[in-house]
Design a protein around this ligand. Structure first.
Ligand code: AMP
Length: 116
């Protein structure tokens, strides 16, 4: 998928299309993945349309910290007490398909290593 300035996640952030939202604040929104790869699979995105991790700059450090703290908060909220995995796919070889930065929260089963 090519990079664009707008994506389906931008539309979710602007409430133009529906999503199963589990958390929202002024900077971030978290919603269930439509094609879950684990019993719990939630995406955390910034409302600001950053395409991918490789595009962030030092001025984004507070936002990046906020996204990670949001992932931890959501994992706590949904009861992932036995652990979970946070994934950021970046670019083609990273397996990124939607070019709006997002953190995957995966949980509810034993994770393997290495990932595919
Ligand atoms: P990535 O491959 O890291 O870019 O992840 C994109 C993720 O977005 C995939 O896990 C998809 O299942 C998920 N996804 C795509 N469209 C939607 C949507 N409309 N609502 C929720 N999740 C979506």
């Amino acid at each position: 998928m090519s990079e664009t300035t707008d994506t389906i996640f931008g539309k979710i952030a602007r409430k133009e299309i529906p999503a199963d939202i589990v958390y929202e604040d002024n900077l971030a929104i978290a919603f269930k993945d439509v094609n879950p790869q684990a019993p719990v699979h939630i995406l955390v995105i910034p409302k600001q349309p950053i395409a991918k991790l490789a595009d962030v700059e030092s001025q984004d450090h507070a936002l990046l910290g906020h996204l990670l703290l949001t992932a931890k908060r959501v994992a706590d909220q949904v009861g992932l007490t036995n652990g979970y995995r946070i994934v950021i796919n970046n670019g083609p070889e990273g397996g990124q398909t939607v070019y709006h930065l997002h953190l995957h929260i995966l949980g509810g089963r034993q994770m393997g290593w290495p990932p595919g």
